[in-house]
Design a protein around this ligand. Sequence first.
Ligand code: NAD
Length: 335
Amino acid sequence: MTQTITVIHGDGIGPEIMDATLHVLDAMKLDLEYEFADAGMVAMEKTGELLPAATMDSIRKNRIALKSPLTTPVGGGFSSINVELRKRFDLYANVRPAKSFPNTLTRFPADVDVITVRENTEGAYSAEGQETAADGQSAISITRTTRKGSERIVRYAFDLARAAGRKKVTVVHKANILKSTSGLFLKTAREVAALYPDIECEEMIVDNACMQLVMRPEQFDVLVTTNLFGDIISDLCAGLIGGLGLIPGANIGADAAIFEAVHGTAPDIAGQGKANPCALLLGAAQMLDHLGKPADATRLREAIVATLEAKDSLTGDLGGTGTTMGFAKAIASRV
Ligand code: NAD
């Protein structure tokens, strides 16, 4: 059956990596139909809105979107479009796998294989109650953690661990200092972990987790944490495996899912054909898994690995001189 997906080209390097990704998906001859929708600065210029109603309707209808990064203008009362999308569709689980690949510029040996499961809708990152005093001398924001939000994300992490044959879930927190918010997250996580006796559960304070990730990344399997910590830790994990061009992110909710690269619009290299398309391609692989096409997801990941192994048309961030589309064509030739 043909599956229609909403495709958002995005800003900055977005259009380049999306065209490259669609080129590879087309070469795979999947039964996918694309419904193109705008968001971000492109949408702003066309419609005066960062997130037009037509785009929301398209995602609501198709329930699956593949999205390039979006620019959110700084200041001016705009809330982040990504945060808005996650909230509006209640995309509570953000799944960011960081796995070592051959021939990257990482400083680490090839034994990193960590999945960060980040709560995606609440906590400090949700930017609730942002207020700056009239005299500009102080500012506050609200960090709200709920039992429901904590329970469903920890359950998601343990279910994922079980389904993927993983052995351990590390709960990353700061409950020693943030006794109410992080405390509730940890307390709930302990209750959920007790329901999964087959999976080892470990607790780690976030600052120590960052140090341990750099010193001995191989000790980690699945991490589950709150929104802001997950945002930072997953970029740290990207650094472990050779950069932001290699790490995808799935935003999963009960009624919709949006797949993307973890990185942003990379304005410093936009329009130059220098961007690595792998992060979005790996996001597309997550999407294929989610659509119940694991064999196609594996085919895509293996083509990426084979292209890296052959050092064929690699982009600059991987030490090559290839272009975004040249790299995509090299991958497409191996699917
Ligand atoms: P960034 O991720 O865009 O760039 C950080 C660095 O990584 C830059 O040097 C960039 O050139 C490099 N980089 C990123 N992706 C790459 C790729 N595919 N190939 C090669 N190099 C790559 O982060 P930033 O500069 O902090 O943010 C720029 C903009 O992106 C901001 O407007 C921010 O709001 C937005 N952003 C959007 C998303 C999203 O839509 N999901 C995520 C993060 C940031």
